[in-house]
Design a protein around this ligand. Structure first.
Ligand code: HEM
Length: 438
């Protein structure tokens, strides 16, 4: 690595692992402030180059994407996801993306609007007027339900707590694994983390293969993602059972926790900004109660966009160079790992006036929204690996928020939650709010 790239001093062997485990977001923001847009940090003994400027983000994700693969941390997710869309590379990735793309076509995505509506109705039917809700667990429940219905057309409300628990444990164990340079070894040996991780994965597999086998016994288009995966075929044939399992697990895991977090942060922001809540509800009162999936209220869309700016569910994106690369003014050898952080870039005052403040109105002015540089906002990544589920996430986010906020008013009880950047950016602990029926 060229010496010209500066960074904070690190401890031998463990590098900045302690800072990254304690509070990675503040640490990365401080690194940018002290050392600039391209810096060097260390996870264990592995050097990592942090890239914060939108133009450099574009170089890596779009212009020079062919020189990069996903970083080691992302590659490790194949322990759970197999060789699915998120983790595969090159021609395997291109084939899978092409096979899976029809499942994400606009018309098909719109057909899931009913799943979102019914899941939201089912969720809010349990709420008490004047009761206290943990917004995070409610939104996790909602997104889990939507993901399961749209993937499997199954109503798993009764199984949801069990699935949620298995996923939660898998995510926590997984976070330990990726923040440890010996991660892969850790899960292969009979260590406590390894044993728990394998048990969690087994449980998830049991659920998934159960649903796949059920579908094999009752084939045909049931209007869900799984039907599309069974139907997907190209000149090389269709998907194997293992490929279907990997794709389903990927859509399930990549899709629901990210959206749950975006919804949680949106509701946290609404319930801590009563003036905005009142303005939004006044607008929603003028509209039909059933949200239009194709044309959401602009203020609801602005709220969801601003929540993902301040709290991007995917707070870090990793890449590894497969050949010597140039980023900004610096050259790096093959094998260099890069870390991009939507969190840090989204809160950069050079590109976002009042960057730390909740100002959803900034999304109402099209000129302001389209102002360069493009990659000052990239909650869904970019280039050929851009989130395939982005349209689904927007539809789910805006529909659920419209439905919830038309009928319910929130008053935050807990103060601003700390963040807990595991694989996704969750709040630490509960986010309690009083809910009142309007
Ligand atoms: C607010 C919600 C969401 C956010 C913030 C989000 C964010 C992202 C990001 C940043 C990436 C790119 C990662 C990288 O370049 O390394 C990604 C990829 C992906 N996302 Fe999402 N996502 C969301 C919702 C969804 C949904 C709803 C689905 C599926 C139903 C989904 C499925 C995927 C898949 C399969 C990939 C891998 C695509 C590929 O590599 O070709 N995501 N997502």
């Amino acid at each position: 690595m060229p010496s010209a790239v500066a960074g904070p001093r690190s401890l031998p062997l463990i590098g900045h692992s302690l800072e990254l485990r304690r509070d990675p977001l503040t640490f990365l923001q401080r690194v940018q402030m002290d050392y600039g847009d391209i810096c060097k940090i260390q996870v264990g003994w592995i050097p990592i180059v942090t890239v914060f400027h939108p133009d450099h983000v574009r170089q890596i994700l779009v212009e020079n994407h062919k020189s990069f693969i996903k970083s080691r941390g992302v590659r490790l997710t194949n322990l759970i996801l197999g060789n699915g869309l998120l983790t595969s590379e090159g021609s395997t990735h291109r084939r899978q993306r092409k096979l899976i793309q029809p499942a994400f076509q606009k018309r098909r995505i719109l057909s899931y609007a009913a799943d979102i509506r019914e899941s939201t109705e089912q969720l809010t039917a349990r709420w008490n007027n004047g009761g206290t809700l943990d917004l995070h667990s409610e939104m996790m429940r909602l997104a889990l339900n939507v993901a399961t219905r749209s993937l499997f057309k199954a109503d798993v409300e009764k199984d949801a707590p069990e699935i949620g628990k298995a996923l939660n444990q898998a995510m926590q164990d997984f976070n330990r694994v990726i923040s440890n340079p010996l991660g892969r070894l850790l899960v292969q040996l009979p260590t406590p983390v390894g044993l728990r991780f394998r048990a969690g994965k087994k449980k998830l597999d049991r659920i998934l293969y159960g649903m796949i086998n059920e579908r094999k016994a009752n084939p045909g288009d049931q209007g869900d993602f799984l039907s599309m995966l069974f139907a997907a075929a190209d000149e090389e044939g269709g998907m194997t059972e293992k490929q279907i399992r990997d794709a389903a697990m990927t859509i399930f895991l990549a899709g629901h926790e990210t959206t749950a977090n975006a919804l949680t942060w949106s509701l946290f922001l609404v319930s801590s900004h009563p003036d905005f809540q009142a303005r939004l509800q006044k607008e929603l009162d003028q509209e039909p109660e059933t949200p239009n999936p194709e044309n959401p209220n602009p203020l609801v869309r602005a709220l969801f966009a601003e929540a993902m700016r301040l709290y991007p569910p995917v707070w870090a994106i990793g890449r590894e160079a497969t050949e010597p690369v140039q980023v900004g003014d610096h050259s790096f050898p093959a094998g260099t790992t890069f870390l991009l952080s939507p969190y840090v870039t989204h809160r950069d005052e050079r590109f976002w006036p009042d960057a730390d403040q909740f100002k959803p109105e900034r999304w109402l002015n099209e000129q302001e929204v389209l102002a360069p540089p493009k990659f000052r906002y990239f909650p869904f990544g970019g280039g050929p690996r851009i989130c395939i589920g982005e349209p689904f996430a927007w539809m789910e986010g805006t529909m659920a928020l419209t439905q919830i906020l038309s009928q319910w008013q929130f008053d935050l009880i807990t103060k601003e939650p700390e963040t807990s950047p595991l694989v996704t950016l969750r709040p630490k602990g509960e986010v309690l709010a009083r809910s009142e029926k309007r």
